[in-house]
Ligand binder design. Sequence first.
Ligand code: NIG
Ligand code: FE
Length: 408
Amino acid sequence: MKTIIGPFTQILTMANLPLKGALNDDQLPIIPQGGLLVQDGLILETGDFDLLKTQHPEARIEDIQGDRVLLPGFIDCHTHICFAGSRAKDYSLRIQGKTYMEIARAGGGIWDSVQQTRAAEESILIALLTARANRHLAEGVTTIEVKSGYGLNISNELKQLRAISIAGQSTKADLIPTCLAAHLLPKDFEGAAADYLHHVVSNLLPTLKQENLCSRVDIFIEENAFDPTTATDYLIAARELGFELTVHADQFSTGGLRVAVQLGAASADHLEASGDEEIELIKNSDTVAVVLPGASLGLGMQYAPARKLLDAGACMAIASDWNPGSAPMGDLLMQAAVMSAAEKLSSAEVFAGLTFRAAHALRLTDRGALSSGMLADMQAYPCADYREILYLQGKLKPISIWKKGTVI
Ligand code: NIG
Ligand code: FE
C-alpha cells in the first residue's frame, strides 16, 4: 500500500549534500508544502504534496495538520546507554572542581559504572536500555549506536551485548551495537593491557561474530586507558576478524585520531584535544570526525574544534556520548544546538552532522536523508521555519516521529 504523507510546511530532505566540509544554509534542499510517497517503510518519492496526490491517485493520504518542518530522524552514532546505576556522586565532585581523571584515580569514573553494571541482571539492563532508547526515539533519534564497555570481562561484555540485541527488538529505534571491551584495563584483570586485549581477541570477539552480536569494535586511546601502540595491535586483530573500527580519540591528549586514520577507522570520536596537526590528518581521510558536545558540557571542558574540522574539509558528525559519567544529559538536539552557538555552526552543518554524516560514521547507506530508496525515518517539528529548531536550543521537540514509515 502506497501512502502520501503531508503536507509539510518545509521538508529538509538533507539529500545530495556533500559528505565533507563546511555547509551554509543556502545549500539546504527545502521542499515547501512538501509530501512523501512511502511504501513498505521506504521513501519512493518526495516532492510537492499536491503534485504527488495528482500523480498517485491510488495512494492513501496521511494528512498533516498545521505548520510542520520535517527532517530525517536523527542518528546518534555514539552512546553508552547500556548501563546500570548512577554517577551523580562523580558529577557532584566534578562541579566542586575535581577533574574527571582525579575522580577516576580515586575510585569513581568508568570503573564504578562497571561494578554497578556487572551487578545488574541482564533483564534489568534490558529494561534500562529500552527506556533510554525510547526516550531518545521520542526526541527524534531513530537510530542509536550503543556501546558495551561497562562489563570488561567476557561474561559481562556478552551480557551487555546480548542486552543490546534484545532491547533492539523491544524498542522501535534501531540499535547499532559496538563492542567497547577496550574501555579500560579492568582492575581485576591480572596482566598488562596487551594481555587483556589478547584475551578479548581470543575469547570474546569470535563469539560476538558467531552470535552475530556486533560488527564494530571501539577502543579508548588515552593516558589512563590504552596507548596507541597497544591499541593498534588490537584494532588490527579486530579488523582481521571482520570488525569495523571506531576509536575514542584525543579526548584529553592526542594520539588516538592518528591511529584511527592510519587504520581506516570509520570514525574518530571526541577530539576535544585535537589540534591543527590532527585536523590535517583527518581532513583527507574517510574517517568521520565525531564531536561529542555532551561530554564537553558534562565535564565542563572545551568543545572539539568543530568549526576548524569543517573548514578544513573533514566529514563531521555530532553525537551525544550519552553515558553515566561524562555525558549524563543525553539530549542530542540540545547539545548540538548549544555547541552550534559556541563553535559557529550553521543549521545545515548541525543537521548534516545529526543525519547523513552520522549515518556515514556508522557506514549505514539506507538512512540520513529523505530521498528515494531511503528508510522513511522522519521527525516533524511544530513550526513553519527550520531555523526555529536550533534557535530554541533543543527545547522545541518533534511532535511526530516515523520509523520506517509508521508513526510512533
Ligand atoms: O566517551 N571516554 C571514555 N568513555 C566515555 C565515558 C564513559 C564514562 O565516564 O562512563 C566517554 O566520555
Ligand atoms: Fe564515549
